[in-house]
Design a binder for this molecule. Structure first.
Ligand code: SF4
Length: 271
């Protein structure tokens, strides 16, 4: 199967298994100008043409005031493709550089500010959902980051209601592989905006998780698929969170072989 068909299949799987899109939705598509955001928009537009439900897409790009920023290639592309779009300008760069001490990574505050701007834009533009371009490999790296460095088991949900209950954030690409999105970007020649204008390096730990997964994959080719399956196959009774403790279902196969009492008695009977 070629990468484009696989992307479309994975997009469809995420949307149907997590009820991401419904009839009448008006979806704000967050366009960072990176390859994943272009892929998200292109795939959703393709779906829009084929799906039995009617939904609207509004592309939104935020100029965050980075020195040297030039969003013109993205604006030209959106106009040429005939995509309804809005370009917002908010100088979050100044806030981030003022608040974060030198040498620390900006990304956490930067993305929280960006999310706030997008939520407000969704309200103004009458959008009930916000689509983000995070893909499978973002979710797997986040899972490992949380596991190794934050002491929690968490990744990225395909669908999340915001804290105030007013917005639904959806991640339609959450089953899509990054390599397929990169291939799509190459084939379609998306005019990608550079993402290093903020001077912030991609988080070092995230890079390490990316390499770790790639190393594992070289020895175990199905490791990404297995990790993704694990995120959809959680066994709370076999974790240690007291808030999740449940009694296992009788006869549930949970991977801990226990001898039936009769067998045990036979083994333990004195010779
Ligand atoms: S890489 Fe730069 S623009 Fe992107 S989230 Fe981090 S600080 Fe913000």
């Amino acid at each position: 199967m070629d990468s484009e068909r696989r992307l479309f299949r994975d997009l469809g799987r995420a949307i149907s298994s997590h009820a991401l899109i419904a009839d009448g939705d008006r979806i704000l598509v967050a366009m960072s100008g990176g390859k994943d955001s272009y892929g998200l928009l292109v795939l959703l537009r393709d779906l829009q043409r084929r799906a039995p439900v009617r939904f609207e897409l509004v592309a939104v790009h935020l100029d965050q005031g980075h020195p040297g920023y030039d969003g013109a290639p993205l604006e030209r592309w959106l106009a040429a493709e005939g995509v309804a779009h809005h370009i917002l300008r908010e100088d979050t760069y100044s806030i981030v550089t003022e608040k974060i001490p030198e040498g620390k990574t900006y990304c956490s505050l930067c993305s929280r500010l960006r999310r706030g701007v997008l939520y407000a834009a969704a309200d103004r533009l009458g959008c009930n959902k916000i689509a983000l371009g995070h893909h499978r490999d973002d979710a797997l790296e986040t899972l490992l980051l949380n596991l190794f460095f934050s002491g929690k088991l968490a990744a990225m949900p395909p669908r999340l209601v915001s804290d105030d209950g007013r917005h639904i954030v959806i991640r339609p690409l959450i089953f899509c592989g990054e390599a397929d999105l990169a291939e799509l970007a190459r084939r379609r020649g998306f005019p990608i905006l550079p993402c290093n204008l903020c001077g912030s390096q991609t988080e070092a730990h995230r890079k390490q998780m990316k390499s770790l997964i790639a190393e594992l994959e070289a020895r175990h080719p199905t490791v990404r698929a297995s990790m993704l399956a694990a995120l959809q196959n959680v066994v709370p009774s076999h974790l240690m969170d007291p808030a999740l403790a449940t009694r296992p279902e009788p006869g549930a196969a949970l991977g801990e072989a226990v001898l039936p009492a009769s067998e045990l008695a036979r083994f333990l009977r004195p010779a």
